[in-house]
Design a protein around this ligand. Sequence first.
Ligand code: BES
Ligand code: MN
Ligand code: ZN
Length: 500
Amino acid sequence: MSLTIDCLDRSRFKGEKDSLVLFAWEPERLDAEGWLDARKEKGLEEIAQRENFKGKPAEILIHYPEKGEPVTRLVVAGLGRKKEAKADSFRDAVAAAIKASLKQTDAIWVDIPRWPEKISLTILAQAAAEGAILASYRYAKHKSSDADKKDILKKVTLVVEKPEEVEAVKTGIKKGQILAEAVNFTRDLVNEPPSRKRPLDLAKTAKSLGSKQISVRIYTKAELQKMGMNAVLGVNAGSVNEPVFVHAVYKPKNNPKKKIGLVGKGITFDSGGLNIKTPYNHMLTMKMDMAGGATVLACLKAAEKLELPVEVQAFAPFTENMPGNNAYKPGDVIQAYNGKTIEILNTDAEGRVVLADALAFASKQKLDAIVDVATLTGAVLVALGDKITGLLANNEKLAQELIAASKISGEKIWQLPLAQEYKDRIRGKVGDWANISTRGATEPGTIIGGLFLEEFVDSAPWAHLDVAGTAWTDTDIPTCPPGGTGAIVRTLLEYLSNAN
Ligand code: BES
Ligand code: MN
Ligand code: ZN
């Protein structure tokens, strides 16, 4: 279960049996003013030196003081260099400290350090709450042993110097909590085994988000047939599990000035279809191919919790991409929802095919902007790796708004050009648009994917976030264990928070 996060001022500190987290800059080390007297601070400095602790980002030093000290366990977390200090430094340092404490203590106190730059207490508190909740995430529902399932840590208390600072911190905690819980919701769905999150299962999950302010419409296979959502149906043809198309709308209490559409790729398992993925390890993580769909649902729910003044519409086509007797084939031509035809040259480029219908459908809803999130191309991993999301857009203002939001969230994104020079490469021989370019090694895969999608948006400003690299991590990082990351959820929520 999620951690409780609270704030108190120092005069109310009573942590005799608890852990305390203090912070250290590199290379100055400890910032323990008001916590330790000069002699003890010197003692801790000596320990740090012996342990070769430098205060590097997310570096951790753990010390068990002798009896009679105010706490039984002291965690020192590195913030890195002062002149590079951002809210991210604090988020990561808190995450590392919490991660090192999950099984050690049930309550932990976190000192909010004095910050060199003008970052408000509210922003620091938000970062701390996010760091703590993200670090405590685990996906253990299919583990049978208690050791895997249970943590001891229940409560995190942020400590400020003065009572009048508590309010500002509580505001930050509240926002951080909502954002981090949206990320963890996304991680849960991404980590779920593929046969436990079939399209109809995810339709149920989407339905469960409904409320007074959120309406959820599920289109079934029969309805998609009537509507002419042939691209979704084409990708689905090899699967025995019916597709669904989710359209969910969050309406704020007051009439919104803006309506924003979020479109998510929802391939619940990508086998590649008849162009089956080889070698075998390329298929190992393909339950994550619905990360975009999970992301847009998470953002919709969080928009309601944050009481954002904008209307948010989420669109997600959910289907498996499977080989089968009825599967769509290279050479097939499919007419998408907007009437344009798609010539299938590779059944493994299925994400852009389902998004063609979804973007065309979203384009009919009179939105002020459309942002899609998709694990679209392996090429984005080659270009930007697993820490940077690719961005393509037909509108520079929207691109800049997303980049600005990513500077607040600390999730890196990098814009690639929607270079029309390459458009000819996807002109179809038989149909309007081919779903891949056939030049092989010289093809800029992520740009090609974006150029294809562009054909299915109408006049609205549109941006595409390729999270194929960032939606999953193979390695353990302070804010995330291996598996689904929930990448870009916080960025989209920062974007929506400012989009009015
Ligand atoms: N879901 C994959 C993209 C992907 C790759 C996501 C690696 C996460 C990690 C997508 O459907 C796909 O298969 N793309 C192909 C496109 C190609 C056939 C043009 C790819 O990138 O290889
Ligand atoms: Mn694929
Ligand atoms: Zn895919």
